[in-house]
Design a protein around this ligand. Structure first.
Ligand SMILES: Cc1ncc(COP(=O)(O)O)c(C=O)c1O
Length: 410
């Protein structure tokens, strides 16, 4: 008998386009926390980027009816006419935007929409401006498309928002896009009309720069914050603005994988070319469900946002009561992004020095059995993100444990 001594996968060589992209910190923490849970440790995971609510029944029902009608085949490449019409209505009703059906595209999640947009427009070496802290996928998608992410640190002193001066200074002849996300994952910070205005004025002076806005958390805003989107504020930029949104967060539909965007016809067409050679079309059943989401009752969105607000208040107050932590009150989304500079240099009961936010998060996981994500995963340190899309009881328990763990540092 011959023994095949070849090591499996030894000849594998990844393409250079993914060689600089590591496994995300969020995924690594999730894997460790999951393993600890399986060992029987009482881990509370505050890392998930999805609502803990269920998809509403009328949306599930619409999906079931679509299956019964036989809508189980390929659909039009970048969205069924019914879903595009529902999206057009949504943009008109909620944002005062008038897109034609050929200015709307639907993909398998907003993530695919972003991917399509970058693949369709970014050439090798093109620059894409991304304020930090950012949703991790932005820079990875830009890199996969061959572009160069230009990261601009926007710390708590600017409310985690990009300023006109910093934007102006970052623009070069190679700048292709600016990516803005409001409310933001991970900071929860949002841009009001008065925050957007100076940025839009800068962009008016640089006609080669396009604007991508990710409005995914539009419906999760608090207090008297008024959501706006740039295409609404500055029509002169509409021939170079892509407005991205989706049903994942607002309608608790993360697993259905539907995202969409409105933008200039030629860009939308180019994005469809990319999609045609990756997924062909979004899921037929999920598109039918999304029609029901966008055309159906919207009143529960406010109730859900109110529930998230109670949890935000609980978490912000709990964190700010801990010496050494500093948490800004977020305007939206379901994340807090708290400063932990006061913890650096402290020593754990095991004698380890906390040197970084990643060390602090590792300590919280080991000592308090609470999984949170370090700011380094989002391009800004020393901070950590908590997702508060979980029960109030679990949040209270997590905060008690975090406070006790911080109290054990010397
Ligand atoms: C800011 C932001 N944009 C887009 C997405 C992607 O959403 P989708 O589920 O539609 O791909 C997420 C998901 O976490 C997000 O946080």
């Amino acid at each position: 008998m011959t023994i095949n001594a070849t090591v499996k996968g030894a000849g594998f060589r990844p393409a250079s386009r993914i060689s600089s992209i590591g496994v995300s910190e969020i995924l690594k923490i999730g894997v460790r926390a999951g393993a600890m849970k399986r060992e029987g440790k009482p881990v509370i995971i505050l890392g998930a980027g999805e609502p803990d609510f269920d998809t509403p029944d009328h949306i599930k029902q619409a999906a079931w009816e679509a299956i019964q009608r036989g809508e189980t085949k390929y659909t039009a490449l970048d969205g069924t006419p019914e879903l595009k019409a529902a999206i057009r209505e949504k943009f008109e009703r909620e944002n005062g935007l008038a897109y034609g059906l050929d200015e709307i595209t639907v993909g398998t999640g907003a993530k695919q929409i972003l991917f399509n947009a970058m693949m369709a427009t970014v050439d090798s070496g093109d620059e894409v401006i991304i304020p930090t802290p950012y949703w991790t996928s932005y820079s990875d998608i830009v890199q996969i498309s061959g572009g160069r992410p230009v990261l601009i640190a926007c710390d708590a002193s600017s409310g985690f928002r990009l300023t006109a001066e910093r934007l102006e200074a970052a623009i070069t002849p190679r700048t292709r896009w600016v990516l803005l996300n409001s409310p933001s994952n991970p900071s929860g910070a949002a841009y009001g009309a008065e925050d957007y205005r100076p940025l839009l004025d800068v962009l008016l002076r640089h006609p080669h720069v396009w604007l991508l806005v990710d409005d995914m958390y539009e419906h999760i805003v608090y207090d008297d914050f008024r959501f706006v989107t740039p295409a609404q504020l500055e029509p002169r930029l509409n021939d170079r603005t892509l407005t991205v949104n989706g049903v994942s967060k607002a309608y608790a539909m993360t697993g259905w994988r539907i995202g969409y965007a409105g933008g200039p016809r030629e860009l939308i067409k180019a994005m469809a070319v990319v999609q045609s050679q990756s997924t062909s079309c979004p899921s037929s059943v999920s598109q039918a469900a999304s029609v029901a989401a966008l055309n159906g009752p919207q009143d529960f969105l406010k109730d859900r946002a109110d529930s998230f607000k109670r949890r935000r208040d609980l978490v912000v107050a709990g964190l700010n009561a801990i010496d050494g932590l500093d948490c800004r009150v977020p305007e939206g989304a379901f994340y807090t992004f708290s400063g932990c500079a006061g913890m650096l240099g402290k020593v754990t009961p095991n004698g380890k020095t906390i040197g970084t936010d990643a060390d602090f998060c590792a300590y919280l996981l080991d000592d308090a059995h609470v999984a949170v994500v370090p700011g380094s995963a989002f391009g800004l340190s020393p901070f950590f993100r908590i997702s508060y899309a979980t029960s109030e009881a679990e949040l209270k328990e997590a905060l008690t444990r975090i406070a006790a763990a911080c109290g054990r540092l010397s």
